[in-house]
Unconditional design. Structure first.
Length: 107
């Protein structure tokens, strides 16, 4: 999942580490550096913030980020639909993948 997040940022969002950290609500870019080292992954609240980033009228596809299925970017949703999208993704993601995300978040 870290590899997909890195690909998402490097190829589509094109944000600096500092800017990505700001968009995700971190006080500094140390977590983003840890993501690039594959030692950290954003918690669900930060994934919602990630899903709200819009680039070229598209936003990150959290389903793709977690599962690798679908396209990295999708048509930007209305803000009130973001939580529904994340709930849908989590409900339709295999339990093992959700547990892997939780495991990463606990480290």
């Amino acid at each position: 999942m870290c590899d997909r997040l890195i690909k998402l940022n490097d190829n589509f969002l094109k944000l600096s580490h500092t800017r990505l950290a700001q968009e995700l609500g971190y006080s500094n870019d140390s977590v983003v550096y840890r993501i690039y080292q594959r030692k950290a992954f954003p918690d669900p609240e930060r994934l919602v913030r990630l899903a709200n980033i819009i680039a070229n009228r598209k936003s990150p596809n959290i389903h793709w980020l977690i599962t690798g299925n679908g396209d990295p970017m999708i048509r930007a949703a209305e803000p009130d639909n973001i939580k529904k999208r994340l709930d849908y993704v989590l409900a339709n993601t295999p339990k093992s993948k959700v547990e892997a995300v939780i495991s990463l978040l606990e480290n």
